[in-house]
Design a protein around this ligand. Structure first.
Ligand SMILES: [Zn+2]
Ligand SMILES: [Zn+2]
Length: 274
């Protein structure tokens, strides 16, 4: 069985959890340890069931609760060797490289490069007994490798950070606007839609072929990390209406809220064989 949830995402704090019902893994811990425990409790997971925290990068919205949670529950912290943080403050740090297949407990994984203003920033691909999940957030642009990773996933957490018009017309300082929209910033709603369009093509799921595609190969996409000041749920959803492919189950994650994932039997989602 595979279980996954968004514990919260957005400008303030990001954390995802997944596991097999017994052992669980966190991706990022941007909430305080206390808040993280509350949120885990709300989805029926005990902090003692967490076997590792995977770090995408060490900006506060991803890292805030990492050290305390790691020490309190004796959880190793896994992240790229170039990530900047005080390794003496966590229970155990495990430094990794990009594009290497690794395994911890029953979870195979590899990290890949993202394009963000944080040294060593990473996305992840996880394989939990054949259930594949990927995290692609905090990246100024996407590359072919990310599309290929997403195409092998049952579940994709994909950034949809800002609406380009809202950012351009908002009152952020020009420097900050440039940083967000740069190749080391965040994915906009338009970029997320372009990603899904290209992903559909890559999977041979373009409009003409859509009829022949069985539901079984549908990817559950969670659009996340929405900006507080430069995005709204409505903006993300209206962009999605223009999307010419309907082979994804797309959920837009409201900022800061828990989003319950689907429970999947190994190799089964919604009763369809993968
Ligand atoms: Zn960041
Ligand atoms: Zn972030």
């Amino acid at each position: 069985m595979s279980i996954y949830h968004v514990l919260g995402s957005g400008s303030d704090a990001n954390s995802y959890v997944f596991g097999d019902g017994e052992d669980f893994y966190l991706v990022d811990a941007g909430f305080s340890c206390k808040q993280l425990c509350i949120r885990l409790g709300e989805v029926g997971i005990a902090p003692e069931q967490i076997r590792a925290i995977f770090l995408t990068h060490t900006h506060g919205d991803h890292f805030r609760g990492v050290s305390v949670f790691s020490r309190k529950f004796q959880v190793p912290v896994i992240g790229h060797k170039s990530l900047y943080y005080d390794r003496s403050k966590v229970y155990q740090s495990v430094d990794i490289s990009h594009n290497k297949d690794l395994i911890i407990k029953n979870c195979k994984f590899h990290a890949f490069k993202t394009y963000h203003d944080s040294e060593g920033s990473s996305g992840y691909f996880f394989d939990l007994n054949g259930f594949n999940l990927s995290v692609i957030t905090d990246t100024g642009y996407y590359c072919q490798k990310m599309l290929e990773i997403a195409s092998k996933s049952n579940v994709v957490f994909l950034e949809s950070n800002y609406d380009e018009q809202m950012l351009a017309n908002g009152d952020y300082p020009q420097d900050l606007k440039r940083r967000i929209a740069s190749k080391h910033g965040h994915l906009s709603n338009n970029q997320a839609c372009d990603f899904l369009t290209e992903l559909a093509v890559l999977m041979g799921k373009n409009e003409n072929e859509a009829i022949q595609i069985a539901d079984s190969s549908t990817i559950d996409v969670y659009l996340c990390h929405l900006s507080l000041n430069n995005n709204t749920l409505q903006r993300v959803e209206s962009g999605l209406k223009l999307l010419k492919c309907d082979n994804f189950n797309i959920t837009v994650c409201p900022r800061g809220e828990i989003v319950i994932g689907k429970q999947a039997e190994r190799g089964l989602i919604n009763g369809s064989i993968i």
